[in-house]
Ligand binder design. Sequence first.
Ligand SMILES: [Zn+2]
Length: 524
Amino acid sequence: MTDGTQLVDAAEEMLGPLGLARNVAWWDANVEATEENERRRAEAELRYSNALADRELFAAVEAARSADGEPLVRRRLDLLHDLMLPRQVTDSLRARIVEFEASVEGRYSRHRGALRGEEVDDNEIKRVLRESDDPAERRETWEASKTVGAAVADDVRELARLRNQAARSLGHRDWFALSLATDELDEPKLLETLAAADRATAEPFARWKHALDARLAERFGCHPGELSPWHYADPFFQEAPAEGSVDLDPLFRGRDLVALARRTFDGVELDVAGILARSDLFPRPGKCQHAFCMDVDRDGDVRVLANVTDNRDWMDAMLHELGHGVYDLGFDPELPWLLRDTHLVTTEASALLFGALTGEREWLERVLELGASDAAALEDRLQEARAAQLVVFTRWVLVMNGFERRLYADPEADLDSAWWELVSHHQLVMPPEGRRAPDWAAKIHVAVAPVYYHTYLYGAIVASQLRDALRDAAGGLVDRPEAGRQLVERLFAPGLSVRWDRLVEQASGSPLSVESLSREVAAA
Ligand SMILES: [Zn+2]
């Protein structure tokens, strides 16, 4: 046994229990938001984070990495290195970043825009932008949605400076470059993929938006050239509007969504009964309102938190979260702790693959037991709606990624103009005349989930690729045990023993490419 093996074995023995304690505390704080649970969560987080900040251990990992030739040991050392690297900055800088992040995040959640003298929350803003036919009210609402930007912009800029300082002290160009490096994303490849996604979606998006603008101009009684950002149905134009798409909610009313989810996974012979038994699935006061899946111990204790109500979004969410869950249950049990984990891109791809089934004809027929002719009648419109969703989302990711690249390249730049340049170029939405405001800072992800948005797009690209591969190999996913077997063998079982991009190639038969996505968006 080499020194590297001993080192990484010992590190796993130390990190495993700390990771487990952190996950349990995180779970408890989300199912029951009490001060006591929140305190325990923060403490467990700090213990885990401090262990990863350990300088002696990090130095030993670096030394072992250059010495050890055994590939799986080297792989574990690399992963441990990437986990530890962002925490190897001075304690004072690390503390300042954490403090700033917490303070900015707090202001995002407390801030409310004002509409005609009344405070409005995000739900109200979204409701007005979906429903109101009054352009003046829409304008005020849109402007109210951006006031948080002005309130936090200086601090978000300062956060970017601090993050850059941290990244440079670790030998990286800026925070953008450091984030990609520790996520095993290659920057030239990312830029190439985003450029390809841009080319694949520019024309379908322009065509789709032209038709949308014609409908909106009619609705608001103006010329399409006079449309402003507040005429669209969400403040960032990041989603395709629900109007004109297919409303599947009536199909789910009164149905048992948990049973439908189990039925879906039974059809591919992936057992989710254990996950469901450990999960917390229905709404309750004091509980987190979103949905997530957690691999608590990397040893079979996988749970989903959800707030299931009988509509399509929650059906999609259940399949999505269980798509993460079956991945976590599928690791080869012989793998060591560091390798019993997923890359963000591949687990998101599995989740998106299963979540999207609610929009597929086969699933509606076989699992929801919708009549064949009803399902066939929906098929074209569902495909169109999905394509619209994908192009709109892709254009939005191009804005976010382009902006973050500029932010970290130069936090002192004229970011207000840079934002609108990107929005008008990629989303074809023009700034209101004379607009001078930090609208970029109104997007919370810029501050609290930095350099992350492209992972969602990569996930969607890989999901498209997997769907095509499973269609070729097993005829599809619904009720094809062969498809489930292939996912387990080629995608889930290796855990992190194989780098994510090679895993994509192994699971889909081809390297990451926007080809499958291009075919899907052509229907927009
Ligand atoms: Zn997910």
